[in-house]
Design a protein around this ligand. Structure first.
Ligand code: NYM
Ligand code: MG
Length: 217
């Protein structure tokens, strides 16, 4: 049996990630796949509640301290993520370690220092980067409600994201319609899943998870 695939959607604020994640989960379900949505930060855990207080400006935290909390929020999810992938469930993930590095490095923290705590997390099988110019993001509803939602800062975040871009990234122009983006994301995801299933049939088992996030950079 093929393990589930880790499908990540990344991007700046207001790029449409959450909408696309929901549509992708629904489409994969409709096609008979076992699939679940994961979101980072996961604001429901104890660590997640501290992150939420910071993002909504209820609490102030040192830049390095909040960076480590975001990372810890991913590490605390790893056992569950591992179990689900090995059980054959695909995970559609709304933000991950790339957001962690991009938002902290945009504040001026050292890039390598930012990557270090996330090294060894499960690496996504495919990453879609929803790219939206910050001038367009600013015009979308809700921009400016949370910490970081400022045009100039988002531009720096985008620059770091682009530095982190690696070969498994698929760039999506987020100025396109919701449907056009969904079509591209679903098509590439289905191809990825199909190849994985074919490989698993040849090799009989497919139970090794790539726990090497940021290990090659
Ligand atoms: N964010 C998200 C970080 O700064 N570091 C991280 O590791 C992650 C996962 O949190 N502006 C930032 C990006 C967003 C904010 O995310 C909340 P969302 O997707 O709006 O709930
Ligand atoms: Mg947000």
């Amino acid at each position: 049996m093929a393990r589930g695939r880790f499908i990540l959607l990344e991007g700046c604020d207001r790029a449409g990630k959450s909408t696309q994640c929901a549509m992708l989960v629904a489409a994969l379900k409709e096609r008979g796949h076992s699939v679940e949505l994961c979101k980072f930060p996961d604001r429901t855990t104890t660590i997640g509640k501290m992150i939420h207080a910071y993002l909504t400006n209820t609490e102030e935290l040192d830049d390095r301290a909040i960076h480590l909390l975001f990372s810890a929020n991913r590490w605390e999810a790893m056992q569950t993520i591992k179990r689900k992938l090995l059980a054959g469930t695909h995970l559609v993930v709304d933000r991950y370690a790339y957001s962690g590095v991009a938002f902290s490095a945009a504040k001026g923290l050292d890039l390598t220092w930012c990557k270090d705590p996330d090294r060894g997390l499960i690496r996504p099988d495919i990453t879609f980067f929803l790219d939206l110019p910050s001038s367009d993001a600013e015009k979308r509803g809700g921009f400016g409600e949370e910490r970081y939602e400022k045009r100039e800062f988002q531009e720096r975040v985008r620059d770091v994201f682009l530095q982190l871009r690696s070969k498994e990234w698929v760039m999506i122009d987020a100025r396109k319609s919701v449907e056009a983006m969904h079509y591209e994301i679903l098509r590439d995801t289905e191809n990825k899943v199909r190849v994985a299933e074919a490989d698993a049939q040849l090799e009989e088992e497919d139970d090794v998870l790539p726990e090497d996030m940021f290990q090659d950079s």
